[in-house]
Design a protein around this ligand. Sequence first.
Ligand code: ATP
Ligand code: MG
Length: 325
Amino acid sequence: MPEMDGYEVCERLKNDELTRHIPVIMITAIRTDSEVRGKALEKGAEALFSKPIDLEQLATHLDFVLTSKEEEHQLRTDKEELEGLVQKRTKELTLTNKQLRQEIAERKLTDKKFRDLTKHIEEVREKERARISLDLHDDLGQRLTALNMDVAWIRKQLSKNQPEILEKTNSMTGLLNETIKTVQKISSELRPSILDDLGLVAAIEWQLDEFTKNTFIDTIAKDLPEYLEVDEEVSITVFRIIQEALTNIIRHAQASVVTVGLSTTNNLLKLVVTDNGIGIPVENLESSESFGLMGMKERARSHGGDVTITNEGDKGTRIIVAIPF
Ligand SMILES: Nc1ncnc2c1ncn2[C@@H]1O[C@H](COP(=O)(O)OP(=O)(O)OP(=O)(O)O)[C@@H](O)[C@H]1O
Ligand SMILES: [Mg+2]
């Protein structure tokens, strides 16, 4: 052949992706020696025959080559199919992954919005409480005191022969004094002035005293720092969490002692409230109906903090609050 020989034809066929699977059987007129055979196989030929050809042998060989090529072809198609499938699944998974990421991002955003809203509502409520508390204390309280003084003045004007009116003024004074006390109680429940005037530690001590007075449950204040400078919002948050914890103890714990500890390390405020009661039921810890517990957690979270509540078995319940400040 003028352009190229059999070897080159074979080589070209075998080097082209489109044709390389075509079986090549070389037939030569030259007597084959091992060098020629080696060269043919090196170029990729499936077999080499030299003339004169034994047709039967050629047919058998052709059969063999074709069958194995067919098997090869089948394997190749299977592999391609599998690869296609893998590619498709990978694509699908990538898409699902992307959607999931998007959903997570959206949920995070909703969570953040919800958290911001809760924080805002809490702040508004606290402001409102503080305002009503002040109005009750300053306005209503002052007026009641003035009334009380007026009644005392009237009593002084009475002569001895007006015993009925005298008695009336006495009972008015009694009622007024009780009312003044009630107003003070409501006012300090809404917003203990001690929290604003003397700070968190004093307010906790006061709250624990009140608690023991009203419930006969002992309280132990453990390692309360003498002085603590935290901003107003964190103070209120911690105070409200303690209030909810104490209310829960009265209502659910059947405890006889409550321990409250407060410490600060590395700009982290740590509050621990422990009771020696029956222990919080584990299923209530994550229940979507435990609004009191959720409120505690939300309050802490709105300051970047966290609340951990554990059932300590027969030792009762422990609440740990950590808030950066
Ligand atoms: N200190 C505790 N000891 C034992 N059980 C507790 C304690 N604190 C809470 N629980 C249990 O966990 C539940 C959820 O408390 P959570 O404060 O969320 O709700 P609540 O006190 O029942 O109602 P509220 O929404 O008025 O606070 C309570 O109903 C109670 O069963
Ligand atoms: Mg509660």
